[in-house]
Design a protein around this ligand. Structure first.
Ligand code: NCD
Ligand code: ZN
Length: 353
């Protein structure tokens, strides 16, 4: 017997545990889009130049706050971009002062603006050990960058070659495997007893690689890690709707202007913040698991990060299909919204302000 799915759902306000807000005119345009629905977000530090020190994170946080609508209670949770020159004392001080929530590991060259990332994990071992001592999580872009490894295999190879050895060396380090895309990653996370969780994006729950490549090339579906085959998408959906506290939402909403996406060598990144909650309600509803949506978007993340869930509530109500713009205008140019390829019926109602 299948349970009838409700037409409305009131849940604690969600958080986004992986978000790109950029800077300047782009920040001004996209920060309100996230603040409209979400209470907090883990802010990625891959600006140019990257946000490396506590002082840089503090000033970036001020720029984010200045970009929020008046009265917004949205809280940016900052991350520091790990480099081989990162000072363990600066990281610990930023954590203690409440400036930095986590540290971000980009393997050098893995994705957009990752050139100053880590080449030799041994070089950052003192930072990781300090983080383990103070309980500060490491957010990991889990893909190897070795050009000889096929792009569809880079996550699985990263787990074997980098993540497993790293977690053996620093077992007390809390690690978030970000934007997982494979059954392999789901299985690995499920096998671990502690100190490991994973975020899953909106788009990886909705599209497989056919969306990018079948019947024409569609740059708006290109992101990193790249979407995999359908069996992997199904494994991600199963993990997300299971209620397992080790899986939670990180949208990886990553705006690039259309001219930057639509060119011979286009940027990786999908802008999903405005449509995420409506998309997820469709995904969880189709799986007959709307009762698990709150765990995925509002409860599991804060629990792993050791933070209380938000007190505010949002209500999702099923109604007529949303009419959304295809793109938003920003001071840097138009940015196309993630199109899930099906109508979105779920309207999001938030408490004032
Ligand atoms: C991100 C970006 O544009 O900053 N792009 C993406 O495809 N996800 C970088 C990242 O998080 O990998
Ligand atoms: Zn990202």
């Amino acid at each position: 017997m299948t349970k009838p799915q409700p037409d409305s759902l009131t849940i604690r306000q969600p958080d986004d545990w992986h978000l790109h807000l950029r800077d300047g005119a782009m920040l001004a345009a996209v920060a309100p889009e996230t603040a409209r629905h979400f209470g907090r977000a883990i802010i990625m530090p891959n600006l140019v130049p990257p946000v490396v020190t506590g002082a840089e994170a503090a000033s970036y946080r001020e720029r984010i706050r200045a970009a929020l609508p008046p009265g917004s209670a949205f809280e940016p949770l900052m991350t520091l971009y790990l480099t081989e020159g990162t000072d363990p004392a600066d990281v610990a001080a930023a954590h203690t002062a409440g400036i930095a929530t986590a540290v971000k590991l980009y393997p050098a060259g893995a994705t957009t603006n990752s050139a100053s990332g880590v080449r030799d994990i041994e070089a950052v071992r003192p930072v990781l050990e300090r983080m383990a001592e103070i309980g500060m999580p490491l957010c990991v872009h889990g893909e190897v960058t070795d050009p000889s490894v096929d792009i569809f295999d880079r996550e699985a190879v990263f787990i074997d070659k980098v993540l497993k050895p790293l977690r053996k060396k620093v077992p007390d380090l809390k690690v978030v495997m970000e934007h997982i895309t494979t059954q392999t990653a789901v299985d690995y996370v499920r096998d671990q007893k502690k100190n490991l969780a994973a975020t899953i994006t909106t788009h990886h729950l909705v599209i497989n690689r056919n969306a990018i490549l079948a019947g024409g090339i569609r740059p708006h579906y290109y992101c990193l890690p790249v979407a995999k085959r359908e069996s992997h998408r199904l494994a991600l959906v199963e993990a997300a709707v299971s209620g397992d506290p080790r899986f939670f939402l990180g949208t990886d909403s990553a705006p690039h202007t259309d001219p930057m996406k639509l060119q011979p060598c286009g940027c990786a990144g999908i802008f999903s913040a405005p449509v995420t909650l409506s998309c997820l309600a469709e995904v969880f509803g189709a799986a007959l698991r709307l009762d698990k949506l709150e765990a995925f978007v509002s409860l599991n993340g804060p629990r792993f990060y050791g933070l209380p869930p938000n007190e505010a509530r949002v209500t999702l109500r099923r109604g007529a299909p949303l009419s959304l713009p295809e793109r938003i205008e920003t001071g840097e140019g138009p940015v196309t919204l993630f199109d899930p390829g099906f109508p979105l019926h779920w309207h999001v109602e938030t408490e004032a302000p």
